[in-house]
Ligand binder design. Structure first.
Ligand SMILES: Nc1nc2c(c(=O)[nH]1)N[C@H]1C(S)=C(S)[C@@H](COP(=O)(O)O)O[C@H]1N2
Ligand SMILES: [Mo]
Length: 530
């Protein structure tokens, strides 16, 4: 479709009112495209609020991207953006779509079919992504399809109405009409999008979580020993022994937190077992539950990093559940699947050797927060999260490493993931200026299930000196340590820390990156004494 404005631009002289009009056409087109895209997102979000939050157009495309990007790129993204990688990805997709929509809007003014085709193609990408998600249902493509339909419809409407003749005769009313159309569509986008957001916020998992009443543990966690969290060190920045759930690191592949009401949850245990089992939430809560302090660590944690946290977990021992199912000979792996399709391969040996490997329902005295796996997740002391801590777990298959692989092991991470002994300096912070005299150096050290037997500190690569290890609830948690440094010499100094685990094995000095089986090397800080 050719418009009068477009026809006129060819003769513009580059200055004055004509120059303004030369850009008016494309600018209106771009604006139409943007507003149509906004309506696409709005309608898509509204439909997602009804169907499922994870079916929102940007989210399904993001999920599809996450599953398809090569492992190296994923590592770069995690290294660059840390836990903000999800936000960055969703924002990138949104900006790309908006740009393409603006282009579609411009093209539509010359040829409606081309612009519409571009918007429809974006819709097809969304529908295809939605339909191929592992948790896809028949309704999953609906938000993308409805969103794209609204986008196409509004683009056609805006292109036709905004490029019609008549504006030369009645410039004022024309501008008002344009404003009304664009503004009206933008308002519709806001209302549908906002409504969708509101629906998502009140989705069932949130309400379900509010109704859950956890039973008292049949086997409670030990009381915390005295002497933890020395006030001066904590005030200076030493990590608290117990990590508040709200501060607990979050690592997962889910772009939106899976929405699993406890009433709808069930777990299937199958594979190399004598008897298949299915367990629902009420049946799980009815079992005698065990409560334990367990420190979790992510294999992606860099030396000195913060992807580690210590919480009080309430759950049912996986070992007892598996004994009930009867593990058959030859099995060596437990393949856990999350409701969103994520899988992990936990070694059966560590899961059933008597340690407190839990099918957990509680964290720090409350139902699991949704981001941490509500209603049910696994927690296994001593193994990195990617081979043990399946959140939103719905399926446990007893199998073998020879037979099956899982999400991260398919992407180059090690098959076995025992946590490496590590220690971290929390205070002083790197590049801190400290007053000469007694300077408290403090941090945490962990070697889950082996425990920590010694922590040592050295300054400027001098003698290793023992730090004081504070008591901990069990060998399955980290411990805090404190070292009193007599900082007498002004100037720049480097401080290093190393730990020894409960078996007497020293922490590895060799510096390696997290991939494939966890980082190693000593943490260090440089401070200036004045
Ligand atoms: N469903 C699901 N479970 C998962 C993951 C995931 O991506 N999806 N990530 C694992 C990884 S790599 C880690 S380190 C822990 C992190 O648990 P948190 O987010 O509760 O700290 O969860 C594990 N369980
Ligand atoms: Mo992890």
């Amino acid at each position: 479709m050719r418009t009068t404005e477009d026809a006129g631009t060819g003769t513009g002289t580059g200055r004055g009112p004509r120059a303004g009009r030369r850009w008016a056409g494309p600018a209106l087109g771009a604006l139409s495209g943007l507003v149509a895209a906004a309506l696409t997102f709005g309608v898509g979000q509204l439909a997602a609020g009804v169907v499922s939050p994870s079916a929102a157009p940007v989210v399904v495309v993001g999920d599809a991207v996450v599953d398809r990007v090569p492992a190296w790129l994923k590592d770069v993204a995690i290294r660059t953006f840390g836990t903000a990688d999800k936000t960055v990805l969703l924002a990138t997709i949104t900006v790309l779509v908006l740009l393409l929509a603006a282009v579609a809007g411009v093209l539509a003014r010359r040829r409606l079919a081309v612009g519409v085709g571009l918007v429809a193609a974006l819709g097809v990408v969304g529908v295809a992504a939605a339909a191929t998600r592992p948790d896809a249902t028949a309704l999953s493509p609906l938000p993308s399809a409805l969103g794209a339909a609204a986008g196409v419809y509004s683009l056609v409407l805006l292109t036709r109405r905004l490029s019609g003749p008549g504006h030369d005769s009645a410039r004022g009313t024309d501008r008002a009409r344009r404003g009304l159309l664009l503004g009206g569509t933008a308002a519709a986008a806001l209302v549908t999008g906002g409504g969708g957001q509101a629906l998502v916020a009140t989705r069932s998992a949130e309400r379900s979580r509010g109704r859950v009443v956890l039973p008292a543990p049949a086997d409670p966690a030990p009381a915390l020993p005295a002497g933890l969290d020395p006030a001066d060190a904590v005030a200076a920045g030493l990590t608290a022994y117990v990590t508040k759930s709200a501060d607990f690191y979050r690592i997962d592949t889910a772009l939106v937190v899976p929405d699993v009401p406890a009433e709808d949850w069930s777990l299937r245990v199958h594979g190399l077992v004598e008897r298949e089992l299915t367990l629902d939430f009420a049946a799980l809560l009815a079992r005698p539950l065990r409560e334990r302090w367990i420190t979790m660590t992510c294999v992606s944690n860099e030396v000195g990093g913060s992807y580690v946290g210590n919480a009080r977990w309430l759950g049912y021992p996986l070992r007892d559940l598996l004994a009930e199912a009867g593990v058959r000979d030859g099995a060596d792996m437990l393949l856990a699947t999350s409701v969103d399709g994520f899988t992990l391969s936990a070694p059966l040996a560590e899961t059933t050797d008597g340690r407190d490997a839990l099918l957990a329902v509680g964290m720090n005295g409350e139902p699991l927060p949704r981001e941490h796996g509500f209603p049910v997740r696994m927690v296994v002391p001593g193994l990195y999260g990617y081979v043990s801590a399946c959140k939103w777990v719905v399926d446990l298959e007893v199998t073998t490493f020879a037979e099956k692989t899982a999400y991260w092991t398919d992407r180059g991470w090690a098959e076995r993931g025992p946590i490496k002994t590590a220690s971290r300096i929390d205070v002083p912070k790197s590049f801190a200026q400290v007053r000469a005299g007694r300077v408290p150096v403090a941090g945490v050290a962990w070697a889950q299930h082996r425990g920590i037997s010694a922590v040592e500190v050295r300054v400027d690569e001098g003698e290793w000196r023992p730090a004081r290890i504070l008591p901990s609830a069990s060998s399955d948690t980290w411990c805090q340590w404190v070292y009193d440094w007599a900082a007498d010499e002004p100037g720049s100094h480097s401080i290093q820390v190393r730990a020894t685990d409960g078996t007497g094995a020293p922490q590895t000095e060799t510096v390696v990156a997290p991939i494939p089986d966890g980082s190693s090397g000593y943490d260090s800080v440089t401070v200036t004494v004045r």
